[in-house]
Design a protein around this ligand. Structure first.
Ligand SMILES: Nc1ncnc2c1ncn2[C@@H]1O[C@H](COP(=O)(O)OP(=O)(O)OP(=O)(O)O)[C@@H](O)[C@H]1O
Ligand SMILES: [Mg+2]
Length: 232
């Protein structure tokens, strides 16, 4: 089943060109067409500035395309009512970032709880979910620690718990291993493969690192806003 149907997607930013004293349009995504199936692990590879993060943000419902459409199952993102978009962001998507984006002033448990609290879950149920997940991802003993007290690999595992806690269908990962050594890179990628296989998630991962492609079912390459499938 197709989960995403992306058609003629473009994104451009307008900015003032001081030298020419006129508005410039920067085209970041150019007429992009792509379908992503349910339970697929897609890796999108590309150099810095290729438009990977922009595409991921558009898929995540946080960056409105300039033109074109993103169909998620039967819902057209950005064209549906805002309540639907909020629900999509809260329930269907989990984000993982290169720099983890854990809140420093909160413990690991509190960080992981955030999506549940935003979703109005009962504290008790939410806490038992955190317990189960942190055990599975082997950071249970760190749940009352603060992010600065964890290693990079542990922080990313905490961020994965946070991304999974609302049981989303899709994990959007932006260079999730960019700050990790090779041991933790392999650990996190194997974890993502396990999450795909056992929890039936769809994973869309963007990276500039070709070595990561071998973990994916399908590899797409982005270059200056355009995309094509490659075989690695
Ligand atoms: N808000 C913005 N205004 C103007 N230009 C932007 C904006 N956001 C992104 N861009 C431009 O869009 C291009 C693509 O950015 P994007 O962050 O998607 O690249 P990327 O492929 O994720 O790169 P990296 O690997 O370095 O993270 C860049 O040239 C960037 O300068
Ligand atoms: Mg990026």
């Amino acid at each position: 089943m197709e989960l995403y149907t992306i058609s003629a997607l473009s994104k451009y930013y307008e900015r003032w060109n001081m030298r020419l004293r006129k508005k410039d349009e920067i085209h970041v995504i150019k007429n992009l067409n792509l379908t992503i199936s349910d339970n697929e692990f897609v890796c999108i590879i590309g150099k810095s500035g290729a438009g990977k993060t922009t595409l991921l943000k558009m898929l995540g419902g946080i960056e409105k395309p300039s033109t074109g459409s993103i169909l998620y199952t039967n819902m057209e993102l950005y064209k549906c009512p805002e309540v639907k978009m909020e629900e999509y962001r809260r329930k269907e998507i989990g984000f993982i970032f290169q720099d983890y984006k854990l809140l420093d002033e909160m413990t690991i448990q509190e960080n992981i709880l955030i999506p549940q609290i935003l979703d109005g879950a009962k504290r008790e149920t939410a806490e038992s979910k955190v317990e189960e997940m942190t055990k599975q991802l082997d950071i249970y003993c760190k749940k009352n620690f603060y992010p600065y007290e964890l290693s990079g690999g542990e922080k990313q595992r905490a961020a994965i718990c946070r991304a999974l806690i609302n049981d989303p269908k899709v994990i959007l990962a932006d260079e999730p291993t960019g700050n990790l050594d090779s041991f933790n890179t392999e650990l996190i990628l194997n974890l993502l493969i396990q999450i795909k296989a056992e929890l039936k998630k769809t994973i869309i991962l963007v990276t500039h690192d070709k070595d990561i492609c071998k973990y994916a079912d399908r590899v797409m390459e982005m270059e200056t806003g355009r995309i094509k499938e490659i075989h690695v």
